[in-house]
Ligand binder design. Structure first.
Ligand code: PLP
Length: 498
């Protein structure tokens, strides 16, 4: 399988090149030259496989440099770090399911891909004969950071430096990051919001002088943000796996269409569902759920993507995003892979803060997508209702999806089976969960976790309590403009070690 850039579909590169660079040289995103296809019988054959096998099957369609057995070795090792089934499908009601993607070490869905990516990257790096250390600057809205730190910690030939918005993540999320051990990791707070951090990191990638400086230190920059193809491929796998589980439990017949409702930020998770559909998965509607930062809802309703709005901090911080990077890959498909058009829209977005895809293209998008958003107070109410009705405790992000799905169901009358994608464990957001349940929120984080456990019986792992007793290793706070210097300093540190 070869990969092309969304902004220059002419030139094709290998899967290794796509994963090892992250972003195409023209700042476009890598997409498969053509979508691999699965028949209904291929999908049916997933039923008897365990999760690492299902994942390796799907990944082998993307990376032909590696054999199925090599990929299975990778997925086995990656998902061995999970607590039980990596992607269990929980039935709440007839036709209503939750796909829980948060059983990895850092308790959010980012582990699904970031436990695989370091192993994939090192395997591909070896095949490609790359000698330099992969230096990986990561911007995080809260969950990617820790998942990347956990995945890459002490992985030879790699180093991760994480930039998170100062004051823009939950206490547990911050604690998870700043207490990370490992010789090849660093964590820095950036003044501003997630978009500021993401823009600064994107700029570092485009900074030729910085690239040259870190090359002298034996490093080469690569991306691990959700635009990296190596993140996308493992995410496609769990949509097929959920469908296989529905087949196995006789909840659907082969070919039945299933809806997925995905709490969305950077559009990576829901894009993986779209890719699964393009590869042959019978998908009904993809419901894109946003919080108060409802730029995608407006886009899916009007065809206009506009940044002319405030950035709102919410209790679902991992979705506090206004520039949804992966949307570019969907636009590429609905324009019939028109790289020049994509370039034009992305330039308009940068220069004017908006672009308009027009009515006809909007209609094409709406064949598969609907958008909705939940006000913070509404998603909190829904979190409590879902807990009352089903005894199911959702985290604030997943609660956004529940809320949006209810509205979608009411308005559309769509009765197809629906999978709500559960993206985080409530343990990462105990104060917000308590407040949604109408409880008083203790000031102390450990007390909040205990209280949540007491009233919901949701088990909080000891490792989460332990975070609050650990030494904070990283306390640096910088301006976005200082990101390149921080990357270079980190490269020097990695260079010394090598
Ligand atoms: C990252 C994240 C999201 C958003 O996922 P995207 O792929 O960026 O759309 C939603 N919920 C949680 C808990 C996350 O960590």
């Amino acid at each position: 399988m070869k990969y092309i850039s969304t902004r220059n579909p002419g030139a094709a590169v290998s899967g290794s090149a796509a994963v090892l660079t992250g972003l195409a040289p023209d700042s476009g995103l890598y997409v498969p030259q053509e979508f691999p296809g699965l028949t209904m019988s291929d999908i049916g054959s997933l039923v008897s496989l365990d999760y690492p096998e299902r994942s390796a099957r799907i990944m082998s369609l993307f990376f032909d440099e590696l054999s199925y057995d090599e990929l299975l070795g990778i997925t086995r090792r990656a998902y061995a770090t999970f607590d039980g089934d990596p992607a269990p499908l929980v039935k709440l009601d007839d036709g209503l399911y939750v796909l829980e993607l948060w059983h990895g070490k850092t308790h959010a869905f980012k582990d699904m891909a970031l436990s695989v990516l370091p192993l994939l990257m090192t395997a591909l790096k070896e095949k490609a004969g790359q000698k330099e250390t992969c230096l990986i600057p990561v911007a995080t809205s809260g969950d990617t950071g820790k998942a990347a730190l956990e995945g890459f910690s002490d992985v030879e030939g790699t180093g991760v430096i994480v930039f998170y918005p100062d004051g823009g993540v939950s206490h547990t999320q911050r604690r998870q990051m700043v207490t990370t051990t490992g010789g090849n990791v660093s964590v820095v707070a950036v003044r501003g919001n997630f978009d500021d951090a993401q823009t600064a990191v994107k700029r570092a990638f485009g900074d030729a002088e910085l690239q040259a400086d870190i090359a002298k230190l034996g490093c080469k920059m690569t991306g691990a943000n959700s635009i990296n193809l190596g993140r996308l491929a493992p995410q496609v796998a769990y949509y097929f796996s959920a469908y296989a589980d529905l087949l196995a439990a006789d909840m659907i017949k082969p070919g039945d269409r299933v809806n997925f409702c995905v709490p969305t930020g950077n559009f990576g998770n829901i894009l993986a569902a779209y890719y699964a559909e393009r590869m042959g998965l019978p998908v009904g509607m993809l419901v894109c759920a946003s919080n108060d930062n409802n730029v995608l809802t407006d886009f899916l309703n009007t065809g206009v993507y506009s940044l002319d709005r405030p950035f709102i901090k919410t209790t679902s911080p991992s979705m506090d995003i206004l520039v949804s990077s992966n949307l570019e890959r969907l636009l590429f498909e609905i324009t019939g892979r028109d790289g020049a058009q994509i370039k034009e829209w992305m330039t308009e977005l940068r220069e004017k803060g908006s672009y308009d895809i027009g009515k006809q293209r909007l209609a094409a998008v709406r064949e598969k997508f609907r958008g909705g958003w939940a006000k913070q107070s509404d998603s909190a109410e829904t979190l409590a209702e879902v807990f009352d009705e089903y005894g199911y405790l959702a985290d604030p992000h997943t609660a956004v999806a529940f809320d949006v799905y209810r509205d979608y169901e009411d308005e559309s009358g769509d009765e197809r089976p629906t999978v709500i994608v559960g993206t985080a464990s409530p343990v990462k957001f105990a104060p917000a969960v308590l407040s949604a349940l109408g409880e008083k929120v203790p000031d102390d984080d450990v007390k909040a976790l205990r209280r949540m456990e007491e009233i919901t019986a949701f088990p909080v792992p000891d490792s989460v309590y332990a975070l609050f007793g650990m030494r904070e290793r990283f306390g640096e706070v910088i301006d976005p403009a200082e990101v390149p210097a921080a990357v270079e300093k980190f490269a020097a540190r990695l260079g010394e070690k090598a």
